[in-house]
Structures are given as structure tokens and as C-alpha cells.
Write a protein that binds this ligand. Structure first.
Ligand code: WTA
Length: 690
């Protein structure tokens, strides 16, 4: 049962909270009722595409441009007001922010006391217990399960009691390696409830990748499932965890949830989660947490070194996920929001869990794949579940469009209002298909640019004035509070005006930005704040059009984006170099029709090798799959006698990228190479291998 929130200890806070609880419960829904929800949902026109912020009506600010200006000019007032009206607090914050972009010191809503799980679950379980919190769209179409806020609250409380009962406490790191399911979301939010920091690891990562993440955060508790089910196939998740924990002495307990119920070996550290949940109490008192206590970490690839645990804190992240979900997609009370991303990625965190649930929405937990049992899966699901929004990856769109329009057209998509995408550039062809075929030319396309580090969407066409144009293939406009800046990578000078290209940075802090890299704050500062002092540097390049719209030009570092998954070239090279027959390697990306970017590995063998070329290639692909993940497998491996290097021994990746992209006439100046003749050999070998 939901317990009453503690009142603040001083009079001011107590008074404040009383009125706060009133406004936070009422403001938004009253306004939504006023706008006439029914007609809004049925009226699929552009004219409803923005929801101005009612909090600033009293200031006479109603247009999007006015509100955006306010968010930039008076960020403390803007975010402070929204934090108080959109979130429920135990104690008000004393200061909206304490941030310094020069030193990477980021703090929001100081001294505020809050609990994210209460904001995502309890307050809705109180006000609308029978509302559907989530639809679990299981692998087999037509087998979906609906979970109300009240039911989910019970599961959440049970999970919190189980974790606490086994000694999990505030500040502990908990690794979650699970398929998308209400139990997995409950595991995340139970951590949030007791103040433990969850680290969800995508349940497609290998045992070695999982072990690396467990060890880095010194995780004692792992939550997993017996097996996963995806695309009609069974995935032995517990086995991966068993292999991983063998090399992780820090792990003390592994909770095993039964997704399939098939028997799996259990050791003395394994705990049957279902049994524990059954007997646990369904009432739990949430921890009162500080705004800046860490909420979760999520590993992502950098250009060098091992994946980094990007850490987000409680209140700022939650507010930003809440605001972006509602306003980018113009979410309206009663709608069903369908983000198909896995919870192992930031998109799943912000737009499957924290954004939708903190808004009291009905969220989709999609367990399957876009092509199971056939390429009509998404659209059949849209019809069956009456999804109002779908948020997906361009790579899936590109794959689906190749299968033909008939897979879309045979299903009723009239429930759809907004079509979102994220993770990589949405090319013109895919945009056009999404807009005209899927959306019948009546749904806004929200091409959203953001990152694990930004916590939520940072650049996207909406919100904006209702009649403002949306252009294909670019995220266009900054969200509230975001002021993008383009800087020259050489002079580090700010590039002003339109028609310029540079390093994509952000000028002012926003609540959802990452606070640190877990256990390595120096790396955090070096990665995001050192190259362009005074700004947050995203690692991406961008182009600003004459009209001031933003288009992402891609990573400026050695990070690949394969089907929307970030991969460091160094991660793949490490695996390849470990092979006994390999002397060295260099991995680059190349344009790939479906995946956006493919992986091309140039590999130099030792003088004496023990295997045939064919065996070696297969070994290397297998090693990448089993040590990182299946999406880390090179599409292309070229065995070469050497790599193009400068006199100081630095590999000239620029040249390798051109060869991989099949553009030998754009190699540029190769005279600075230690041995320029290697280039010709590489070009020949590449041509022969095509
Ligand atoms: C890329 C995913 C072009 C970009 C939410 C970024 C995009 C990286 C877009 C972050 C987009 C994301 N257009 N590129 N709309 N959205 N990216 O951390 O390179 O998994 O830096 O977060 O994906 O990937 P991450």
C-alpha cells in the first residue's frame, strides 16, 4: 500500500508540500480535460501537436518560442517551476541548480528529497489504480498481458521487499540482465525505491561483456531470468550469467525470474525470484532520497578504453524524461505509448520506463522483433493494441521498407498520432516511407537526437509552434533548455549563423544530463568537458542550416553506430588482437544500407599462423560475437600485410575509412605515411574481395 509522504521538517516546506501535492495531482489533468481529450485524440491534425506548458500561463507565455526563450534565459525559474508541478517531493529543494560547465560540476534541485518509484507508480496507483500501466507485448502476437498501476505497485513493493530482505541497500549497484517484462521494470524501479543503483545490461551482451560491467561497478546482486524468448527462439540467459559470475568474485546473489519456467541449473548463490515474490509483502515504504543520489548507471562505448558507466541522478533525470516524453510526443492522458527499444538501452530507460510511467501513461513492453512472425509485426501490434505513438530505430524502418508496403497497409494504423525514431540518422527514403506509408501523411515524425549522456531527447522537431514545418532527415530544433552550439574542431571557436558544420556542443546545463562516469570522474571530465571548455561536447558533429535547423553528421570520434548500437572500435580491435594468429588490427565503420554503419576490420596476421584464412575469419567473427555481442561481428574482414601508419606509428583511419567505403579516389594525401605503398595493396585487396 502507498504510504503517506513525509512532510518536510520545517514549516515552509510543510506548507509548500501540501499545496504541491494538490497542484501536482491536478494541474495537468484538469488542463488536459479542458483541451477535450477525445477530440484531441481523434483529431489527427498538426494543430494539436504542441502542448504549451500551463505552468507559465500566468506569465502570459503561451507560444512555443516564448517558452523556449524562457527556458534558456531563466532556467532556474523554468525548471524549478516544472520540477515542483510535475514531480512529487518529500521535501522541496533549496536551490534549483549549482552547475559549472567549465568544471563539469552538475547538480540540480539541491537538498530536494524524492523517490522516483513513487513518482512513477504510487501516485498513479492512488489516483487511478485501474489504469493500465503497461502492456506486456510478449513474443507471440496476441498473448499480451495488461498490468494496472495498482497491480504493478504490488509487484514493485514485493520486489523491493525481496531485495531489501536479502540485504540490498541504498547505494548498492544491482545488475539487471533480463528480457523486457513487468518483472524487469519492477526490478529497475525496486532499486530506485530502495536507493540502489541499477545497471541494466542488454540481455544480448556476452558473458564477458556482462562480467566486465559487473566488475567495474563491483556489483553484489544480479537479477536475471531463466531464459529469454525472442523471435520464436529461446535464449539461455541464466547460462550467460553463470559464465559471467564465475569471473566475478564480488557477486553474492543472483535472483532468477522464471520467464519460460524451463529448468536451469541453480547454484548456492542463486535465488528463485518468483518464489520470493510470492511470499513477500505487497506493501513497502520507499526510501527518502536526495535529488542527487544516483538513480542508475548504464554502460556505453567510448572511443577508447572499456565501456563507461554513465551515471544519472534521481530528480533531474526523472524530470527531463518526464518532460521530453510528454512534450516531444505530445502525449495525452489515456493514450498508449509504444517505444519498442529494449530496457538495456537508454531509450528503454527514458521512454519505456521513467518517462511514460512518471506521466501516468500506458507504456508498451515489446519483447519481440520487428520481423517476428513476419515484417508486419509492428503494424499488426499497432492495430491490435491501438498504439497512439510508436518510437523505433531507423535501422528497423530501413529493413521493413525493403519488405514492401503490403505488410503495413493491411493493418489499421489510424490510432497512430506521432512517429518517433532515434539512434542514428533517419535517411530521406526511410523518412518518406515512415511519413507517407506508415503514417498516411498525417502524423508528425519526431526524429530525436540524444544520447545515453543527455538522459533524454535534446534535439527534435517537436515541441514547436503547431504550424512549424518538419523537414525530413534532421532532428531540427532544440528541446526546452537546450542551446546547441557548433564549434570549430581546430580553432575551438564558436561557429555562428547558418550553413555551418562543427562539433555539436550544448551551452547550458539541463536537468537530465549525466553526472559522472561511475568510478572515473576524471574520464567523465576529459570526455565531455575538456575538448571545448565551457560546453558539454557530445562527440557528434552537426550541420546548422541557413534557417537554424540541426542535422547530425555523425560521430567525430572512433565510435561506430551499428543499427543504433554504439560500439567503440577499440572494443572490437581488442577482441581481434587477442587471437593467437593476429599481429594487429584496425576497425572502421562503412556505410551500410540497413544497419546505417557496418563494421570493417583490417587484420594483420603474424608471420606464422596455425589456421587457414577461412578458419581465421570464422574464429574472429565468433570471438566478437561471444565476447561482446552479435552486433559487434565484423561484416567484412580483410587480411592485409600491413596498416597505413604515420611515421610516429599512428594508424591513419581516415584512409581505411575511404577504402572500406569503396572510395579509393578520395584517399587524399598519403605521402606522410611511413610506407605509402601499403595503400595500394589495401585498395587492390579490397577490390578483389568484393
Ligand atoms: C547517435 C541513443 C543521428 C549519435 C539515444 C549519438 C543519432 C548516439 C540520433 C547516441 C539521430 C542518436 N540522428 N544520430 N536522431 N540519435 N544518434 O547513447 O551519434 O545509444 O551520439 O543514445 O547515437 O547513442 P546512445
Amino acid at each position: 500500500m502507498f504510504r503517506c509522504l513525509h512532510r518536510g521538517s520545517n514549516l515552509l516546506t510543510g506548507v509548500f508540500n501540501a499545496s504541491l501535492l494538490r497542484t501536482s495531482a491536478n494541474t495537468v489533468s484538469i488542463l488536459e480535460t479542458k483541451t477535450g481529450r477525445k477530440s484531441a485524440i481523434n483529431d489527427n491534425t498538426r494543430s494539436i501537436s504542441t502542448t504549451p506548458l500551463p505552468e507559465f500561463d500566468k506569465d502570459g507565455l503561451k507560444s512555443h518560442d516564448d517558452l523556449y526563450r524562457l527556458s534558456i534565459e531563466k532556467p532556474d525559474y523554468f525548471w524549478g517551476t516544472l520540477a515542483r508541478s510535475r514531480l512529487q517531493w518529500y521535501e522541496d529543494f533549496s536551490l534549483t541548480k549549482d552547475c559549472d560547465m567549465k568544471s563539469g560540476h552538475i547538480r540540480w534541485f539541491l537538498d530536494g528529497k524524492i523517490n522516483a518509484s513513487v513518482n512513477c507508480v504510487d501516485r498513479h496507483a492512488e489516483s487511478s489504480p485501474d489504469k493500465i500501466a503497461m502492456i506486456w507485448e510478449k513474443d507471440e502476437p496476441g498473448t499480451q498481458e495488461y498490468v494496472t498501476y495498482r497491480e504493478f505497485q504490488k509487484l514493485l513493493c514485493k520486489m523491493s521487499n525481496v531485495l531489501e530482505g536479502h540485504g540490498v541497500k541504498q547505494g548498492d549497484r544491482v545488475a539487471i540482465y533480463m528480457p523486457k517484462s513487468p518483472t524487469a521494470v519492477a526490478a529497475m524501479l525496486a532499486c530506485a525505491r530502495i536507493g540502489a543503483i541499477h545497471s541494466v545490461v542488454f540481455a544480448g551482451f556476452s558473458a564477458e561483456a556482462l562480467a566486465g560491467r559487473i566488475m567495474d561497478a563491483q556489483v553484489e546482486t544480479v537479477i536475471t531470468a531463466d531464459q529469454g524468448v525472442r523471435g520464436g527462439k529461446i535464449i539461455d540467459l541464466k547460462k550467460v550469467v553463470d559464465d559471467a559470475v564465475q569471473t566475478c568474485p564480488c557477486v553474492k546473489r543472483v535472483f532468477v525470474y522464471q520467464r519460460t519456467g524451463n529448468e536451469v541449473p541453480m547454484s548456492n548463490i542463486d535465488i528463485n525470484l518468483d518464489k520470493e515474490l510470492e511470499s513477500a509483502s505487497d506493501s513497502h515504504t520507499p526510501a527518502v532520497l536526495d535529488s542527487e543520489d544516483l538513480l542508475f548507471m548504464l554502460y556505453t562505448s567510448g572511443s577508447t578504453g572499456k565501456p563507461k558507466g554513465i551515471a544519472h541522478s534521481q530528480a533531474g533525470y526523472l524530470l527531463y524524461a518526464n518532460m521530453t516524453m510528454k512534450h516531444v510526443f505530445d502525449y495525452k492522458e489515456g493514450e498508449t505509448f509504444g517505444c519498442v527499444a529494449d530496457i538495456g538501452w537508454i531509450t528503454g530507460h527514458s521512454y519505456v520506463v521513467y518517462g511514460p510511467l512518471s506521466n501516468g501513461a500506458t507504456t508498451l513492453l515489446f519483447e519481440s522483433t520487428p520481423v517476428y512472425p513476419d515484417p508486419g509485426r509492428y503494424w499488426e501490434m499497432v492495430e491490435r493494441l491501438k498504439l497512439n505513438h510508436i518510437y523505433l530505430a531507423p535501422t528497423a524502418l530501413r529493413m521493413l521498407l525493403k519488405n514492401g508496403d503490403e505488410w503495413v497497409l493491411k493493418y489499421d494504423r489510424s490510432s497512430l498520432r506521432k512517429l518517433g525514431c532515434v539512434g542514428e540518422p533517419l535517411n530521406n527514403e526511410a523518412w518518406d516511407w515512415y511519413y507517407n506509408v506508415v503514417g498516411e501523411g498525417r502524423c508528425d515524425i519526431c526524429d530525436t537526437w540524444w544520447q545515453t549522456e543527455t538522459g533524454g531527447i535534446a534535439i527534435t522537431p517537436r515541441p514547436s509552434s503547431p504550424d512549424a514545418e518538419i523537414r525530413p532527415a534532421m532532428p531540427m530544433r532544440p528541446f526546452f533548455g537546450i542551446e546547441p552550439v557548433l564549434l570549430d574542431p581546430v580553432t575551438k571557436q564558436e561557429l555562428t549563423g547558418g550553413n555551418v558544420k562543427g562539433a555539436l556542443c550544448v551551452r547550458h546545463p539541463w536537468p537530465g544530463m549525466a553526472r559522472t562516469i561511475y568510478g572515473d570522474h576524471d574520464r567523465f571530465l576529459k570526455t565531455y568537458y575538456a575538448d571545448y571548455p565551457g560546453f558539454y561536447f557530445s562527440g557528434d558533429g552537426a550541420y546548422r542550416t541557413q534557417d537554424g535547423y540541426y542535422q547530425i553528421t555523425g560521430r567525430m570520434d572512433d565510435v561506430l553506430n551499428v543499427s543504433g548500437h554504439r560500439l567503440g572500435t577499440a572494443e572490437i580491435e581488442d577482441v581481434i588482437d587477442d587471437h593467437e594468429d593476429v599481429a594487429e588490427s584496425a576497425v572502421v565503420g562503412f556505410p551500410h544500407e540497413i544497419k546505417g554503419e557496418g563494421i570493417y576490420a583490417f587484420v594483420v596476421l603474424k608471420d606464422r599462423v596455425s589456421k587457414s584464412e577461412e578458419e581465421l575469419m570464422s574464429d574472429l567473427k565468433h570471438a566478437c560475437k561471444s565476447r561482446v555481442s552479435s552486433f559487434a561481428q565484423p561484416d567484412f574482414i580483410l587480411l592485409t600485410p600491413g596498416l597505413p601508419k604515420t611515421r610516429s606509428g599512428k594508424i591513419m583511419r581516415r584512409i581505411l575509412r575511404k577504402i572500406a567505403a569503396n572510395k579509393p579516389d578520395e584517399l587524399g594525401d598519403v605521402s606522410t605515411l611511413f610506407d605509402p605503398s601499403i595503400v595500394e595493396i589495401l585498395v587492390d585487396k579490397h577490390q578483389q574481395s568484393l
